[in-house]
Design a protein around this ligand. Structure first.
Ligand code: C2O
Ligand code: CU
Ligand code: CU
Length: 430
């Protein structure tokens, strides 16, 4: 769905529908009857008007993950609760200088996010640049029962962050992608899994990472080093070489509970996501890419404030699964409480500290972040991220330009079982 005259108006009806997944007819939650929901194509400066119609049995809302837009009113407001049978009209205005990139949408009602997303509620958003938009590959995972229902998730799975048994690309099991030899295709990969991290592999093919989350990288991350946490997106250029290849997700160890709960988090086998078949008449050699524009370097800015946010997981007495406490700085989420007061118009430095035995992907709404230090080393050149994994027992330092837009929103772990268990805080910028 593409904007016209600077406006994209769309109705998104959320309802349970029968959807074909592999050879199973599954009953999933859908936007407009499909999994994933429709892709929304936008340009900087556009207005996105969404009528969200809730035909689910539960409360929900809409979050446009990664968009730099107001977090308040009827914009990207994570505190809204839209009840069953209700609808809500969102108006989301992108600034004229909004960065291009791959973004996505999903529900965000605290306590229901992981379950609703795991059952099929996600879709892609593309803020276009001057290159062709390419193809979107939304990766998700799900566990289905034989009769097409979604399998119940156990308490230990919620503690670790559930990983679905079946990995889907655009709602399909191992779809086939075709290309002509020498053809260059742009793949926008969205990690819409609840907890699964994706270390991608496409053997025998030339893959360039144009960017991760937002914008282009001046010095692209080597494809082999790319790790997409839940919520991250990759903008890839694949130059197809004759033959067949599989796009796979390699196993990734994301920590555990130090034997307390048993159960490892790593999917121990590589998973095939899609196949690429390259045959036919060779394509014309692709045009040279325009160079990536310079990205403002926040390492040159003296932060107006520094603060530390610490991921915490505690045993017993908590409201999370197994009576555990999931939170930041020893406390769980409270929508009424503001955890971080930020002065609008300033750049801040946030130290995201993770003393727990598990990796946690840190996500901040509305304001993109620049990583300046990870694993004790400085990081550069600058790029914009909205989900940053903080490995177990380490810390990541980010800088955030809270320079335009004001309002109250959230930051959280994007392992959505952790977010639902309370690993979320409130930031108020004014
Ligand atoms: Cu994609 Cu607050 O989340
Ligand atoms: Cu988000
Ligand atoms: Cu987490």
């Amino acid at each position: 769905l593409t904007s016209e005259g600077g406006v994209l108006e769309v109705e998104l009806e959320m309802a349970e529908r029968e959807v074909r997944v592999g050879d199973v007819t599954a009953r999933l939650l859908t936007y407009n009857g499909t999994v994933p929901g429709p892709t929304l194509l936008l340009r900087p400066g556009d207005t996105l008007r969404v009528r969200l119609v809730n035909r689910l049995d539960d409360v929900t809302n809409l979050h446009v993950h990664g968009l730099h837009v107001s977090p308040e009113g009827n914009s990207d407001n994570p505190f809204l609760a839209i009840g069953p049978g209700e609808s809500f009209d969102y108006e989301i205005v992108l600034p004229d200088d909004h960065p291009a990139g791959t973004l996505w949408y999903h529900p965000h009602h605290h306590g229901m996010v992981a379950d609703q997303m795991f059952t099929g509620l996600y879709g892609a958003i593309v803020v276009e640049d001057d290159l062709p938009a390419g193809r979107v590959l939304v990766v998700s995972d799900i566990s289905l029962t034989e009769d097409g229902g979604v399998r119940q998730v156990s308490q230990p799975e919620r503690m670790m962050g559930r990983e679905g048994e079946t990995v889907l690309v655009n709602g399909q099991v191992r779809p086939r992608i075709t290309a002509a030899p020498g053809e260059r295709q742009r793949w926008r990969v969205v990690n819409a899994c609840t907890s699964r991290h994706l270390r991608l592999e496409l053997e025998g093919q030339e893959v360039t990472v144009l960017g991760v989350d937002l914008g282009r990288e001046a010095e692209p991350t080597p494809f082999g080093d790319l790790l997409l946490a839940p919520g991250n997106r990759a903008d890839l250029l694949v130059t197809a070489a004759e033959g067949a290849a599989t796009l796979r997700a390699l196993p990734h160890e994301r920590g555990g509970m130090m034997g307390m709960m048993g159960g490892a988090t790593a999917s121990s086998e590589p998973v095939t996501l899609a196949t690429l078949e390259v045959a036919g008449t060779p394509a014309e050699p692709p045009e040279e890419l325009p160079p990536a524009g310079a990205v403002r370097d926040l390492r040159d800015v003296e932060p107006a404030a520094r603060r530390t946010l610490t991921f915490t997981m505690g045993m017993g007495g908590g409201r999370g699964p197994g009576g555990m406490t999931f939170g930041f700085d020893g406390r769980g989420f409270d929508a009424e409480r503001t955890d971080q007061d930020v002065a609008a118009g300033t750049v801040e430095e946030w130290v995201i500290d993770n003393p727990t035995p598990m990796d946690h992907p840190f996500h901040l709404h509305v304001w993109p972040m620049q990583v300046v230090e990870a694993a004790g080393a400085t990081v550069g050149p600058p790029t914009w991220r909205d989900v940053v994994t903080v490995p177990a027992g380490s810390r990541v330092v980010v800088r955030v330009p809270f320079e335009d837009l004001t309002g109250r929103t959230v930051y959280h772990c994007h392992i959505l079982d952790h977010e639902d268990a309370g690993m979320m805080g409130v930031v108020d910028v004014r």
